[in-house]
Design a protein. Structure first.
Ligand code: MN
Ligand code: MN
Length: 331
């Protein structure tokens, strides 16, 4: 269940209204790398691992709930940056009052300019945050990534935290408000913390590479196809041992000739690896059986009933319950 506390996780402050920065900050409210995306991604991923990986479920739900708390901080900051806009719009009946508050025609020009570049605040939302990105695209569930496989999901989350961190880093360049900067720095820092939580969780799952269950084909896993002409570079991505599987990189110097020589790679040989087709098939079977057994065992119904949660009272046996009832009736 969700239980709302009417205080922010971080005490967001703003020194003065700034409609233009409010618009930029919408990127982290309803944008593709924003807080709602993160919250929903981890929340949705949590369902699949609730039973089989309760420790990872615990972490996903803690982080998802923190992301909702960040969404609240971003929304509150946008609202404070829009101070005055909402009240101003309520001045619909009396045009002369609007002019008075605008303090002359230069201020009015400013106000009109702000409305032109921020139609969502001035025309649509009435001075409140909108669930869009900074140019007005509505938030979309297509931002959410999850594959129902924990090692894959954790990697997707590391990517999500990376881009969220970068958007905050970029946003910080567009405000001089020390209080807004302070909140942005907190939000950016928490994404760095989450990155490490997901990485640490991934490391506890072994084997975790490649993502999923099936191993890669040893004929192609360590081949580097030189697909361009010109200056060539060597690095650990094409030279020496492959970083995660420890195979030896093999460079295909002339891919066109190589493809022709191997009947379109059908006759490709595995080189620079200890893995064989037999070892791969065995490994696939072993890991499949292991993961399936873990999930089946964790999700099997007890007494024919599936129950998502266990409450303290339902742990008591029937005789314990009737004894408690007797005690209550004596009292
Ligand atoms: Mn966040
Ligand atoms: Mn995060």
């Amino acid at each position: 269940m969700f239980h709302h506390v009417k205080e922010l996780q971080f005490n967001a402050r703003v020194s003065k209204p700034d409609v233009r920065f409010a618009k930029l900050l919408l990127e982290q409210f309803g944008g593709p790398n924003g807080e709602l995306k993160a919250a929903m991604q981890y929340f949705v991923q949590g369902f699949g691992c609730r039973k089989a990986f309760p420790d990872k479920y615990d972490m996903l739900m803690d982080i998802a709930t923190e992301e909702f708390s960040h969404l609240e901080i971003v929304g509150a900051t946008i609202q404070m940056l829009l101070t005055g806009v909402n009240g101003e719009l309520k001045n619909a009946a009396d045009e002369s009052d609007l002019n008075k508050m605008l303090d002359g025609s230069a201020a009015k020009e400013n106000y009109i300019h702000d409305a032109m570049i921020n139609p969502h605040f001035f025309i649509v939302s009435g001075g409140t945050p909108t669930l869009t990105d900074s140019v007005g695209n509505p938030w979309s569930a297509s931002y959410i990534m999850g594959m129902g496989d924990l090692t894959a999901d954790l990697r997707l989350n590391i990517g999500a935290e990376t881009s969220a961190k970068m958007v905050y880093e970029n946003l910080m360049k567009f405000t001089d408000d020390v209080y807004v900067k302070e909140s942005l720095r907190f939000l950016m820092t928490r994404e760095v913390a989450h990155f490490q939580m997901f990485q640490a969780a991934l490391d506890t799952m072994q084997p975790n590479f490649p993502p999923g269950i099936l191993e890669s084909d040893p004929r192609f896993s360590n081949k580097y196809f030189k697909m361009s002409k010109g200056e060539d570079f060597k690095g650990p991505w094409n030279h020496g041992a492959t970083p995660l599987m420890g195979e030896e990189w093999q460079t295909i110097q002339d891919p066109v000739q190589h493809v022709r020589d191997t009947n379109g790679l059908l006759e490709e040989k595995s080189v620079g690896t200890d893995r064989t087709e037999e070892s791969v098939q065995k490994s696939n079977k072993d890991l499949s059986a292991k993961r399936k057994a873990k999930v089946d065992k964790a999700t099997a119904p007890t007494n024919g009933v599936m129950s998502w949660s266990v409450y303290e009272d339902s742990k008591k046996t029937e005789s314990q319950k009737s004894q408690l009832n007797q005690e209550k009736s004596i009292l």
